[in-house]
Design a protein around this ligand. Structure first.
Ligand code: GAR
Length: 214
């Protein structure tokens, strides 16, 4: 499977995906990385691995629709099967989403549908929830609303801060996203509308303990 990753930030999830592909845990390769931010460290991570990477400036396009048309062009050029959003902080246009049904994935640092948007970890701390977590889902036209592939909980302790919770969430993310992509790459999911059934009933075993599953 050929993955095109879109990222806006430091790219720790991108890194976990690249590593998991290299180790054969995901049956796929990252073939292109695109960012809407010039200084996104995700681009540097791609360069270090010799993966084609590109900053595409939204300001050079007349609107979001034409920006996403350019992204689609890049996806096609890369021959990507799956578009993987990894900390991509732009909402995709409905036209783009419609073009790729069940072919765009996203990771969100909360248990959807709780805390959508760009400040999910801060929102969870301010709400003082006792449990939050991580969601990997297919992308639909809404904000973090698409069909859920995997979710995993993270407990929030009384002394947790945004920073400490972020650290715990990232640890889960770096296993959960590769696992979701592994299941997709191995055909271990059965898509029935919003209901994404996981055929590997043992999937939770990959998330137990501190070790990486690859
Ligand atoms: C991740 O925590 C991801 O869940 C979040 O951005 C971070 C990117 O980190 N995404 C969202 O909030 C999407 N709504 P990274 O650049 O180190 O992978």
């Amino acid at each position: 499977m050929r993955l095109c990753v879109l990222a806006s930030g430091s790219g720790t999830n991108l890194q976990a995906i690249i590593d998991a592909c290299e180790k054969g845990f995901i049956s796929a390769n990252v073939v292109k990385v695109i960012s809407n931010k010039k200084d996104a460290y995700a681009l540097e991570r791609a360069r270090q691995k010799g993966i084609p990477s590109k900053f595409i400036d939204p300001k050079s396009f007349r609107d979001r629709k034409s920006y996403d048309e350019k992204i689609a062009e890049e996806v096609e050029e890369a021959g990507a099967d799956l578009i993987v959003l990894a900390g991509y902080m732009l909402l995709l246009t409905p036209e783009f989403v419609k073009r790729y049904p069940y072919r765009i994935t996203n990771i969100h640092p909360a248990l959807c549908p709780a805390f959508p948007g760009t400040h999910a970890i801060k929102d969870a701390i301010e709400y003082r929830v006792k449990v939050t977590g991580v969601t990997v889902h297919f992308v639909d036209e809404g904000m973090d609303t698409g069909p859920i592939i995997l979710q995993y909980p993270v407990f929030v302790e009384d002394d947790d801060t945004v920073e400490s919770l972020e650290e715990k969430i990232h640890k889960v993310e770096h296993k959960l996203y590769p696992l979701a992509l592994r299941l997709i790459s191995l055909g271990q999911i059965d898509i029935q509308g919003r209901h994404i059934k996981i055929l590997d009933k043992d999937w939770k075993k990959y998330l137990e303990g501190d070790d990486l599953p690859w």
